[in-house]
Ligand binder design. Structure first.
Ligand code: ADP
Ligand code: MG
Length: 301
């Protein structure tokens, strides 16, 4: 097969591993910096042009769209979809997953366990908002933050009130969430491909840190999921319409709760913690599903 990896940087661990795994399985792999593509939008022959030439005859793409490049990145993915190329994740599902609030709304519609979450626009409603999630301590999140930046634990009612006021004063969109204290600074990353969890790890925050993000100094190791955690992760990815997803769970007193669903989950942390060749599993999935032209006319915008 001929597969394009849409990534801004060919030297990133995930990009390198996908290229290597694809080539090992006998595929032709090409890393394409989607920000340097331009598109010809026409009914006869829609194309994506890269380095002066149209990208033709690709069977599949693997989008690795950066969080700050969602708009242009998903436009390029959509163009490949129009051309009938199979995408590891569809453009719409990627856009949806980038908005934490939208993501939680979709999961709640499916009855998937979530931390109790509140959302508001006007600062006048702060007290009501704090009450919704059961008072302090609580977690406040910027809607489009990543890597733990923009996630704050407010231990008291007063602290919660002033942080919310400050964020709102900056016109930032935030959500307010029940603090799952019993998680003890640990969360679980489930790597879903198709309808399977292919690898899972637990991430533990540095001492005194409630955020388990590896970027914030957390450490990772393999974990065995309970059947309930496994089904929750698969259902969450499916509800989001993602074929490749990193589903993050917390172990709460009321069962697993989903915090977020990531559409470009990193490979480095999970492969190193579990020693599972996740990159090859993604390529295998594409080989099984990207029969030429299979996509044409199927995608809905
Ligand atoms: P980001 O997208 O920046 O990674 P997350 O929503 O994943 O933001 O939050 C970052 C980390 O903070 C999580 O991995 C988790 O360890 C911790 N955390 C987030 N929300 C809660 C919560 N409601 N209760 C307890 N811990 C939380
Ligand atoms: Mg996270």
């Amino acid at each position: 097969m001929k597969i394009a990896i849409l990534s801004q940087d060919g030297s990133l661990y995930s990009t390198r591993r996908l290229k290597e795994a694809g080539e090992q399985r006998g595929n032709e792999m090409r890393v394409v910096d989607y920000l340097r593509c331009y598109m010809n939008i026409t009914a006869h022959k829609p194309t994506v042009v890269y380095q002066g030439k149209p990208l033709e005859n690709f069977d599949a793409i693997i989008p690795r769209v950066g969080a700050s490049q969602t708009f242009y990145g998903t436009a390029v993915v959509r163009q490949f979809e129009v051309m009938g190329v199979f995408s590891a994740n569809e453009s719409q599902a990627i856009s949806r997953s980038r908005d934490k609030l939208h993501c939680l709304q979709i999961l709640s519609r499916e009855g998937i366990g979530l931390p109790v979450t509140g959302f508001a626009h006007s600062t006048k409603d702060i007290e009501g908002l704090i009450d919704i999630v059961g008072g302090a301590p609580l977690v406040i999140k910027l809607l489009e933050g990543t890597q733990g930046i923009g996630v704050v634990l407010a231990e008291t009612y007063q602290a919660a009130k002033s942080v919310i006021e400050a964020f709102r004063g900056l016109n930032a969109n935030i959500l307010v969430q029940e603090f799952i204290k019993e998680a003890g600074g640990m969360d679980i990353r489930c790597f879903v491909i198709g309808e399977k969890v292919v690898a899972s790890m637990k991430r533990q925050g540095a001492p005194g840190e409630f955020r388990s993000n590896l970027h914030r100094g957390g450490t990772a190791e393999e974990i065995k999921l309970t059947p309930e955690e496994r089904t929750t992760a698969i259902r969450a990815a499916k509800a989001m319409g993602l074929k490749v997803a990193g589903v993050d769970l917390l172990r709460s007193n009321h069962g697993p709760v989903v915090m977020e669903v990531n559409s470009s989950p990193g490979l480095e942390g999970i492969e190193k913690a579990t020693e599972i060749d996740v990159a090859s599993k993604i390529i295998e999935f594409l080989e099984k599903n990207a029969a030429k032209g299979k996509n044409r006319g199927r995608i809905q915008y």
